[in-house]
Structures are given as structure tokens and as C-alpha cells.
Write a protein that binds this ligand. Structure first.
Ligand code: RIB
Ligand code: CA
Length: 311
């Protein structure tokens, strides 16, 4: 098997961190070309430092991290310290990253990679879509170097920031509109799926019982993370959003989805940032994304725990 060329765009954030660890633990499947960061869960300086801390924790300081956009295209930044803590990785005391931060901007890195790629690259986006949108506006021909974009974001049902909008899309709805209208091969993994993946005490204990620095850090972060969602939705345990993207790339058989026409609401206040999906595409509104609807949660956690145990 030839490892899939992969770039992860993220806003760590606890669930981003778990997703990064899952990818870093899978070198047979992924040639991780780099990690790009964006402002989202916490400001850019923290998402960037956190991405480097996670690479260091996984002993993969070889993976370069590039800082991207510090704010959405038009809106002011909305962050989520209530979910992820003031540092963005509450619950884990991670060492400072060793390697310096490359000078190249994340958008320039994306454009360089997608326009010079010898083989199409997969892009996993785990945060607001600002970096990808700016890259598309600056250099539309990056589309030729993209194999597929798998997005954690959106929802067929309700939101988690407003009743209508999921955080990643809500933070930068205009960037999301640029992306879904760019004609890219998109896969959307929204809250309908991620709310099926909840870190119960048994699953948390399995990670803790790995007895490794990675297992300890992951369990510590997850123990703190997402209690707000449990209270808000009455879930059994916090949903684990971003690792679903990496798990999908590793084991698509754990998921099911359908082609849909996806549009983003960028007007108004009540529904700003809503992902409007039509499961019955027409010639006027053809399918522009695969929208994932189900996941085998037990299979997901078996994969996650087994892989993190390798770090
Ligand atoms: O709505 C959940 C998404 O928003 C996740 O990616 C989380 O990390 C935040 O970015
Ligand atoms: Ca995220």
C-alpha cells in the first residue's frame, strides 16, 4: 500500500489533537506532508503552538506545522474556550515544541503543495475553512492537485453554536461557501455523525490503560473536553468530532453516506452558517458533496485505541 499524501488543516482544540494523533500513528496509511493551522477553537497563536506540541508528543517533530489565517474572511473571530479550555488543550500539560515554526504561511504552503504535487493530495479540514478558501481565491488551479477534501463541519440537523449552525461553518460561513462552490471532491462529516461517537467512561479508561504518555495526554484532554455538550444535548458522553475525519480516511467501511447538494447560508442571523443539504439533487442543484450519515462507533474506538497505542 502506498501511503496517501495528506495535509491536515486544523484548530487544536482537543478533538483536533486526537485526530492529529490518530493520523501520526498511521504512517503506513498516511504520508503526512504538513499540518496547517487556523484560528478557531482558540486564537491562531495557540492553535499553532498546540499543533506543534501534539507532533512533539507523538515524536513526529518531522511533520512541519504552518500558521494560517488569524481570523475569518469577513466575520470577527468566534472561539470556543468553554469547550477546549483557555489553552485549547485543557487537561494535558504538554511540553513546548522543539522545532521552530516555518516562515511560510499556511496558505502559501497549500498552494505550493497542490500546484506541484506529483500525486493528488487529500486535505482533511478540522476547523473553519478560511485557509482553504483563501488558497482557492488566490490560486483556483490548486483544485488540480486535490484528491479529495474531507471536512469536519456542518450538520443535517441542528447546530452546536446556534440551533442552525455547527462551529466550523459558523465561524467562517463565507469561507465554507467558497469551498462548497469550488467544484472540489468534498466529503462532509457533520454533527449527525460525530454525535454518534461519544467518549464514554469505558472508552476513556481504555485510552488511559494504554499506560503511555500519549494515552495519558489523550485521556486527560478528553476527561476535561466537551462536558458542555453533554449538559447541552443530554448525551451519554462528549462527542468526538475531528477524529471521525481521519478514521474515515483509514476505514471508510465504518461509515455510510450519500451524494447530496450542499449549500451554506451566509445571510441573516438565525440561520447564518447553516449547511443546507438536499439528498435529492437535481440538474439545477447537482450533488457537490458526499455527506456522511452513520458510523460504527464501536469500530471507531477500537481503531482509535489500537492506533494511539502504537505511539
Ligand atoms: O463543531 C465541532 C468542530 O468545531 C470541531 O472541529 C471542533 O474542534 C471545533 O473546531
Ligand atoms: Ca476542530
Amino acid at each position: 500500500m502506498i501511503p496517501r499524501p495528506l495535509i491536515i488543516d486544523c484548530d487544536p482544540g482537543v478533538d483536533d489533537a486526537i485526530a492529529l494523533l490518530l493520523a501520526l500513528a498511521s504512517p503506513a496509511e498516511f504520508d503526512l506532508l504538513g499540518v496547517t493551522t487556523v484560528a478557531g477553537n482558540v486564537p491562531l497563536s495557540l492553535t499553532t503552538a498546540n499543533a506543534r506540541r501534539i507532533c512533539h508528543l507523538a515524536q513526529r517533530a518531522d511533520v512541519p506545522v504552518y500558521a494560517g489565517c488569524p481570523r475569518p474572511l469577513l466575520r470577527s473571530l468566534t472561539t470556543a474556550e468553554d469547550i477546549h479550555g483557555a489553552t485549547g488543550l485543557q487537561g494535558a500539560a504538554l511540553p513546548e515544541p522543539a522545532l521552530p515554526l516555518p516562515a511560510q504561511h499556511a496558505v502559501a504552503f497549500l498552494i505550493e503543495q497542490f500546484t506541484t504535487a506529483s500525486a493528488p493530495i487529500t486535505l482533511a479540514t478540522l476547523g473553519p475553512l478560511t485557509n482553504l478558501a483563501v488558497a482557492l481565491i488566490q490560486c483556483p488551479k490548486i483544485a488540480q492537485g486535490i484528491d479529495r477534501v474531507v471536512i469536519m463541519g456542518g450538520s443535517l440537523g441542528g447546530g452546536n453554536v446556534t440551533p442552525a449552525a455547527e462551529f466550523n461553518i459558523y465561524v467562517d460561513p463565507h469561507a465554507a461557501k467558497v469551498v462548497v462552490e469550488a467544484g472540489l471532491p468534498l466529503t462532509m462529516i457533520g454533527l449527525d455523525v460525530t454525535h454518534q461517537v461519544v467518549t464514554t467512561p469505558e472508552r476513556l479508561t481504555a485510552l488511559e490503560n494504554l499506560g503511555t504518555p500519549v494515552g495519558k495526554a489523550a485521556a486527560g484532554m478528553l476527561r476535561y473536553y466537551g462536558q458542555l455538550d453533554v449538559e447541552r444535548y443530554g448525551l451519554a458522553a462528549p462527542p468526538l468530532h475531528d477524529p471521525c475525519v481521519v478514521a474515515y480516511l483509514l476505514r471508510p467501511d465504518l461509515f455510510t453516506g450519500r451524494p447530496m447538494h450542499l449549500a451554506i447560508e451566509t445571510e441573516g442571523s438565525l440561520c447564518l452558517g447553516r449547511t443546507v443539504a438536499n439528498a435529492y439533487p437535481t440538474a439545477a442543484a447537482p450533488a457537490n458533496a458526499t455527506v456522511i450519515e452513520t458510523v460504527d462507533a464501536e469500530g471507531f474506538y477500537t481503531l482509535l485505541t489500537e492506533r494511539l497505542g502504537k505511539l
